[in-house]
Design a protein around this ligand. Structure first.
Ligand SMILES: [Zn+2]
Ligand SMILES: [Zn+2]
Length: 133
């Protein structure tokens, strides 16, 4: 049986339970950098495998790309492209992350210069050069 994960925002207004989380990736793209204040550390889950309690606020950064966060405390929780049937879930919002694997770093071409990536960790200049799985 797949491992189940739970998580939520700081104030507890938004909670979720997710199954079958994919490896976590660090996204250094400019949008994630600005939205999170550093970079996005996020796993992925199929929409069918996550249930959300509460109403995250969604902010569209482009026509189909949106970030989800708690409208009360501001915690970053989700990212989604409307063309995809999966959701990105921030690693930091998990109650416990034991068992979650790390894939590597994407969009390193847009990362903040002060962020140092260990040489042994996988890095990709863009998402599309190596789709996370
Ligand atoms: Zn909250
Ligand atoms: Zn990003």
């Amino acid at each position: 049986m797949a491992q189940s994960f739970s998580g939520g925002c700081v104030c507890g207004g938004v909670r979720y339970t997710a199954n079958k989380l994919r490896p976590l990736w660090y996204c250094h793209c400019e949008q994630c950098r600005r939205m999170t204040g550093n970079f996005m550390a996020a796993s992925q889950v199929d929409i069918a495998d996550i249930s959300v309690v509460g109403s995250p606020k969604w902010f569209y950064v482009s026509e189909k790309s949106r970030y989800g966060f708690c409208s009360e405390c501001g915690s970053q929780l989700f990212w989604r492209n409307d063309d995809n049937d999966y959701l990105s879930v921030t690693g930091g919002s998990l109650d416990a992350s034991k068992g979650l694997k790390v894939g590597g770093h994407i969009f390193t071409c847009e990362k903040a210069e002060y962020v140092k990536i260990p040489a042994e960790e996988l890095t990709f200049l863009t998402y599309w050069s190596q789709p996370p799985e």
